[in-house]
Design a binder for this molecule. Structure first.
Ligand code: COA
Length: 532
């Protein structure tokens, strides 16, 4: 065994200060999560309950196997926008009749469960996860369809929701719709495109056009039940496969459908694993509040991998990137973790080689971010930093083993790309509350803008207004800082959620389990041209 040692002193002043700062950020995060949980607020929740209906998360809870976890995804979607936090949709991964499923549930307490641009992004992300990991997809439907005031943002791209459902089905991934209420117009295609459909008696309303629209279009007089009620669809149109007496009955029937899917994971569960030798609670004190102060990512690895057992690869070469092999909840992983922040040529080459090795051995990769990006400057440009960074980005882009990313601290510039940032399609990407991500640091960005403006004024022979420059720099710094914070980025769906560092092992374990539902094989070749 190669068990990592620790140099952390949990009683020391540094650790206590880092921990205090992290706890303050977690309290802020908790308050934002509470907004998502509150849905449309007390008034709408009370009205919903008075109608004898279950809330979105209560429906999910009844659907899942008792005492099993639910990995909720993107709970902060729409944060910082004009729409309520959570985007009127709950998505996540949970176990139904022993089968890991991707579950989506409209929150009807938020504007009738209507989909706004952020709900759409969140739903499409959920579909991507279901497809990549071959997870059966269960939609718990009750929605007013498109959020009408923002229809221009969603009508055209929104068609992808129905396209995805049928593509999942075509790929042999089961899709199940359970309809609890309104599912009209485009929404009718959610049950319409699903493999299995359950509707709740006297509650489900599934029609292309409701009675007023029909009256306008054809003059026909009709009512909700005869146009789109559950009884009608179960007995007459055949759109419903199962008629449920009430909501709990619908969820019970959904569980029976899953039990009969014969859906098998590509890789068996590895069985019980050894916990880390070091206490995950101490993860709260690893990352300094000021990200300019470096920290040793081995202290993180020691608290998330099985038995804290880590076999480091090339420990003496390119030391600002730590690479090595471990297991996490029994699954083998290759880990790339930034140490001193900057990526040099040696680190980039080491990363490219390590990623190729993981592909040869079919081992998933975990990227732990704390990077300010690739090194700049004459010496480094002349040393080929572009070629070497490109090698790493090439390796990440064309690697075919599953990738997981966790933003622990900084994730700036092309370093975010090389470390498998969002655009490089990691299967899952989570951020710690301490993370920051942007094209560069706020001070550097404001400074660059100022130099450019100064040069432009000089070129035109104009005097440079130093007071205006100082004010502009301060404003830009503040703006970039706020745009680099995890709540803001999570609101825009640039991650799958902001997590408590102490939960990292559990979250990654759930992700690795989901990842192993689908078969995968590393790239044996198929990389782009590596510039040497
Ligand atoms: N877009 C924007 N806002 C919507 C909406 C939509 N599609 N559907 C509902 N809302 C809003 C309502 O205006 C209301 O806002 P308010 O409380 O500030 O007045 C709030 O959401 C709750 O709606 P309400 O009608 O009171 O809730 P309900 O539970 O009684 O009924 C619906 C829900 C979905 C059945 C009903 O609102 C409805 O029929 N909406 C329109 C459905 C539609 O035709 N959508 C277009 C499909 S493409």
């Amino acid at each position: 065994m190669t068990v990592l040692q620790t140099a952390l002193d949990p009683t020391g002043p540094d650790h206590r200060a880092h921990r205090a700062a992290m706890l303050a950020k977690l309290a802020e995060l908790e308050a934002e999560h509470a907004k998502a949980l509150a849905g449309g607020g007390e008034k709408y929740v009370r009205r919903h309950r008075a109608r004898g209906k279950l809330l979105a998360r209560e429906r999910i809870e009844l659907l899942l196997d008792p005492d099993t976890p639910f990995l909720e995804l993107s709970p902060l979607a729409a944060w910082g926008s004009d729409h309520p936090v959570g985007a009127s949709l709950v998505t996540g991964i949970g176990v139904v009749e022993g089968v890991e499923c991707l579950i989506t549930a409209n929150d009807p307490t938020v504007r009738g469960g209507a989909s706004n641009p952020w709900s759409l992004k969140k739903a499409l992300r959920a579909n991507d996860i279901a497809l990549a990991n071959r997870l059966p997809c269960i939609s718990l439907v009750e929605s007013g369809g498109a959020d009408l005031p923002s229809q221009k943002e969603i009508f055209i791209p929104g068609g992808a929701i129905f396209r995805d459902l049928t593509r999942l089905s075509a790929a042999g991934i089961p899709t199940i719709a359970v309809v609890f209420g309104n599912s009209t117009a485009g929404g009718a295609y959610v049950p319409g495109m699903s493999d299995h459909v359950i509707m709740v008696k006297e509650r489900a309303k599934v029609f292309l056009g409701g009675p007023p629209l029909v009256k306008m279009a054809t003059g026909e007089e009709s009512d909700d039940e005869s146009l789109g009620g559950a009884e009608m669809h179960a007995r007459v149109s055949g759109l419903a496969d199962h008629l449920a007496a009430d909501e709990p009955d619908a969820l019970r029937q959904a569980r029976r459908v899953v039990a009969r899917l014969n859906h098998r994971k590509a890789h068996p569960d590895p069985g019980p694993a050894q916990p880390p030798a070091h206490d995950p609670e101490e993860l709260l004190g690893v990352v300094p509040d000021d990200l300019k102060t470096p920290f040793d990512p081995r202290e993180v690895i020691a608290r998330i991998v099985d038995g804290s057992d880590f076999d480091e690869f090339k420990p003496l070469y390119g030391t600002s990137l730590v690479t090595g092999w471990a297991a996490l909840h029994g699954y083998p992983v290759g880990i790339l973790a930034n140490a001193q922040g900057v990526l040099f040529s040696a680190e980039s080459q080491k990363a490219a080689q390590f990623i190729q090795l993981a592909n040869q051995r079919d081992i998933p990769l975990l990227f732990l971010h704390n990077t300010t990006g690739y090194m700049v400057g004459k010496e480094y440009e002349q040393g080929g930093i572009i070629k070497h960074g490109a090698m790493m980005i090439n390796a990440v882009s064309n690697s075919r083993v599953p990738h997981l990313s966790v933003l622990m601290g900084a994730s700036y510039g092309a370093g975010h790309y090389g470390m498998c940032g969002r655009a490089y399609d990691p299967r899952f990407l989570f951020a710690w509350p301490s993370a920051k991500s942007a094209v560069m640091g706020p001070q550097q960005l404001a400074g660059v803008l100022s130099i450019v403006a100064r040069q432009s004024a000089a070129a035109k022979g104009q005097p440079y207004d130093e007071d205006a420059d100082a004010a502009l720099r301060a404003m830009v710094e503040q703006q970039i800082e706020s745009e680099s914070l995890p709540l803001f980025l999570s609101g825009r769906l640039y991650d799958d959620g902001v997590i408590d560092p102490r939960d990292t092992r559990t979250v990654l374990g759930l992700c690795l389990s989901a990842v192993h539902s689908a078969p995968y094989e590393g790239a044996r070749g198929g990389f782009g041209v590596f510039r040497m």
